[in-house]
Design a protein around this ligand. Structure first.
Ligand code: FAD
Length: 483
């Protein structure tokens, strides 16, 4: 039996459109699929919601492999050591993997490739997670893009979605299977308490990702440009965790959306908007990698270093109210409760809650980023840090700090009937639409008829919008005055 090739799955938990898998197939060697629960010190550990997703996604991948006569070998430990050990244990002739760009990973991977090469084992690396490898897009003079529009103008024509590479019908198995951990023993699913009951509408895994893309392309994509801002409608794809874990490739999303336009089912403008959102994912990866190259961890260091002197407030009580969805601002509370319950939050509401934390409460964006990191099923180092910095005003191509969302008018505009708030803040469910985003403005008789007692069944606002807005603007002025 020829020596096997190790196919190291990382955040590419799929069999279709997987360049590393295609390379392993081309080698004609038996394939040894591996997943490592990476315990490399200094690499940021995934949050609890991500681990929930990983658990289910690995189970789905293992089942898909078994259906093809293969297996998924599970090991844990620092990946550099685990992969090298497995290579020696099995006499593997090569290792294939798709690149990841999280801080510290490219350097670690380069060290591993070198160590394997020293043993005459080839490490073959591919781009399976992005439309364009994040290190590839540069300005004409070789510089770093800092603004999305010119970035996308340059990047979009470079995208080659290629032809689909379907999942193979079978994978050739090695003569002997090495030992594997049991997934259940990794304890990725929460217990005592199991807070994941509200996650039941997700279907992690490649089949779930494909079904979601299909439903989106034949449904919400048609009105995406307008509906994507409406948390009260199903106007978006909800593909983000599937994309994050690589259960579907962004190229497959690109192809499916463009095919719908070519069939005349979806207007070009709707498709273009969707492709541009995939473009934001690329832009965030591109800017995070550039930050990393400067030695600035994207989740820690302001892209705009003037913000290093920003007078953030330390207010654990307000932060706790924010995390629990008890700020007294219904759209903010609805978003944070949607996050806690389902592991996901609508993009428009992510912007509103992030603005509320960094501007109304003047709490450092890094505290919010960390909360999202732990609670989002799509928590992604580049998109999370990039978007938090964008909202806080300190990021690449950021919204200006002085643009402060009014949570009441945001609610009225994007959730006009209060459908979203009613779903996630049930204690306000009986409020009339015109008052649901500002219950404190209702007179006592209305509140009482709706079963609301402010301060008892639902909190008073923890800050006054006008006062908080002025405080934020003053803080921003102090930053400018310091220069
Ligand atoms: P759709 O609207 O259907 O968009 C399709 C895909 O495009 C998404 O799945 C996603 O991969 C990408 N995309 C869309 N908007 C953005 C964006 N603004 N930035 C980057 N990619 C985008 N997204 C994450 O994937 N992980 C995160 O950790 C994350 N943290 C965020 C934190 C904040 C404060 C904010 C404001 C946004 C964050 N986003 C993050 C971006 C965005 O909210 C989600 O990608 C989006 O809500 C996912 O829903 P969807 O798949 O239905 O998106």
């Amino acid at each position: 039996m020829p020596a096997p090739v190790i196919l190291w799955f990382r955040r590419d938990l799929r069999l279709a459109d997987n360049p590393a898998l295609q390379a392993a197939l081309r080698s004609a060697a038996p394939i040894l699929p591996l997943y490592v629960l990476d315990e490399t010190p200094d690499l940021r550990a995934p949050g609890a919601a991500s681990l929930w997703w990983l658990d289910k996604s690995l189970a789905a991948l293992a089942a898909d492999l078994e259906a093809r006569g293969s297996r998924l070998i599970l090991r844990r430990g620092p990946a550099e050591r685990v992969v090298a050990d497995l290579e020696r244990e099995t006499g593997a002739c090569g290792v294939c993997w798709n690149a990841m760009f999280d801080p510290g990973v490219p350097a670690r991977d380069a060290r591993l490739a070198e160590a394997l090469a020293a043993e005459a084992v080839e490490a073959r690396r591919f781009n399976g997670g992005h439309l364009l490898s994040p290190d590839k897009v540069r300005t004409k003079t070789g510089g770093q893009f800092s603004v999305f529009t010119p970035y996308w103008r340059a990047a979009r024509p470079l995208v080659n979605p290629g032809e689909p590479a379907p999942a193979p019908a079978a994978l050739s198995a090695p003569a002997d299977w090495p030992g594997s951990d049991r997934l259940a023993n990794w304890g990725l699913h929460p217990t005592r308490p199991d807070w994941s009951k509200g996650f039941k509408d997700w279907t992690p895994g490649e089949a779930g990702a494909a079904a979601r893309l299909d439903a989106f392309v034949h449904g919400a994509l048609k009105a995406y440009a307008g509906d994507r801002d409406r948390p009260d409608r199903e106007g978006i794809s909800r593909l983000s965790p599937h994309l994050h874990f690589g259960e579907i490739s962004p190229k497959a999303c690109w192809r499916a959306a463009q095919a719908a336009a070519l069939r005349g089912e979806v207007p070009d403008a709707q498709v273009d908007k969707f492709l541009a959102e995939l473009g934001w994912r690329e832009f965030n990866a591109n800017t995070a990698l550039a930050a990393e190259a400067r030695g600035d961890a994207p989740e820690k260091v302001n892209v705009d270093r003037r913000f290093d002197a920003f007078p953030w407030r330390d207010d654990p009580k307000a932060f706790a109210a924010w995390t629990k969805g008890m700020t007294g601002y219904p759209i903010v509370d609805a978003g944070l409760r949607q996050l806690w319950t389902t592991g996901w939050m609508h993009n428009r509401v992510r912007m509103v809650v992030a603005s509320f934390l960094t501007k109304h409460l003047l709490i450092d964006w890094r505290a919010g980023e960390t909360w999202f990191w732990d609670t989002l099923v799509d928590a992604d180092h580049a998109s999370n840090a990039g978007n938090w910095q964008w909202v806080a005003g300190c990021g690449a191509d950021a919204a200006p700090y002085f643009r402060i969302f009014n949570p009441v008018t945001q609610g009225e505009k994007f959730d006009p009937d209060g459908t979203y708030v009613r779903r996630w803040v049930p204690e306000l469910a009986r409020m009339p639409a015109k008052l649901i985003h500002a219950p404190w403005a209702a007179d006592k008789a209305i509140l009482s008829a709706c079963g609301v007692t402010l301060g008892l069944t639902y909190p008073h606002p923890i800050v006054d919008h006008g006062v908080a807005r002025q405080r934020a603007l003053d803080a921003y002025q102090s930053l400018k005055a310091d220069r």
